[in-house]
Design a protein. Structure first.
Length: 202
C-alpha cells in the first residue's frame, strides 16, 4: 500500500436518480476525500464516479483513474400515531376529532400523502374516510359516527417515497343522546267538567 497523499482535489459526479455534474472534495491526512449528497425526491439507483486531480489542472489525465460506486435509494420507513382530543365516550351528535401524525424514522414530519381512518371493531374493516397530511405531518379527520363502539386505526398510505405504516388502535364509544317527548293539547282553553246530580228538594 502506498503512502497517503493529502490535499489532492477529487472530482465527483453523480448520475441516475440524482444528477450532480461535478463536485469536489480534498483529501485529508489519511488520503481520503469525503463527498456527501442527499436525495430530496427520486427513487432508484445512482452511479457515483470519482477521480483525483493529482496535477491540479482540473482535467482528467490518463494517470488519474476513475473509481465507481453505486447507491440505491429506496422508500423510507414511517411511523403513524393516532390521537384524539375528544373524550373516549361521546354522545351522538358531538364532534369526534381524530389526528394522525406521520414521521420518518428520525422523528421529522412527513408532509406529503394521505391517511386512511378505519374501524377495525368488526371485520371487514370499515373505511371511515381519508385526510391529507399538512405541513406539521398531521391528518385531521372528524367522522360522523352513529352510536356504537369503535376500534379506530390510522393507516398512512404508501406515497412512492415513503412506506405505509399503521397506528395502534384508538377506542371510541358513541352513546345515544337522551330524548324528550313534549305533551300538548288541541283544546285551548281547556274545560273541567263537574258531575251534575238531579234531585227533588223536600
Amino acid at each position: 500500500m502506498g503512502n497517503a497523499i493529502q490535499l489532492i482535489t477529487v472530482h465527483f459526479t453523480v448520475t441516475g436518480a440524482v444528477s450532480i455534474p461535478n463536485d469536489t472534495a480534498t483529501t485529508n491526512a489519511s488520503g481520503r476525500a469525503t463527498f456527501c449528497y442527499t436525495n430530496p425526491a427520486s427513487l432508484g439507483m445512482d452511479t457515483i464516479t470519482a477521480w483525483p486531480d493529482a496535477n491540479g489542472d482540473t482535467v482528467q489525465d490518463a494517470a488519474e483513474p476513475t473509481a465507481e460506486a453505486t447507491k440505491t435509494w429506496e422508500p423510507a420507513e414511517t411511523t403513524t400515531t393516532l390521537t384524539s382530543p375528544s373524550p373516549a365516550v361521546s354522545v351522538f351528535g358531538q364532534a369526534v376529532v381524530l389526528t394522525a401524525t406521520v414521521r420518518k424514522v428520525d422523528g421529522s414530519f412527513i408532509q406529503e400523502g394521505s391517511v386512511a381512518f378505519r374501524d377495525d371493531a368488526t371485520p371487514p374493516r370499515t373505511l371511515l374516510g381519508t385526510a391529507t397530511l399538512n405541513g406539521f405531518g398531521q391528518a385531521v379527520f372528524a367522522p360522523s359516527l352513529p352510536a356504537g363502539t369503535y376500534s379506530i386505526t390510522a393507516n398512512y398510505i404508501y406515497s412512492g417515497r415513503y412506506l405505509s405504516s399503521l397506528s395502534s388502535v384508538l377506542m371510541q364509544t358513541v352513546v345515544a343522546a337522551d330524548t324528550t317527548t313534549p305533551l300538548s293539547s288541541s283544546m285551548n282553553p281547556s274545560m273541567f267538567l263537574y258531575p251534575i246530580t238531579e234531585g227533588v228538594l223536600g
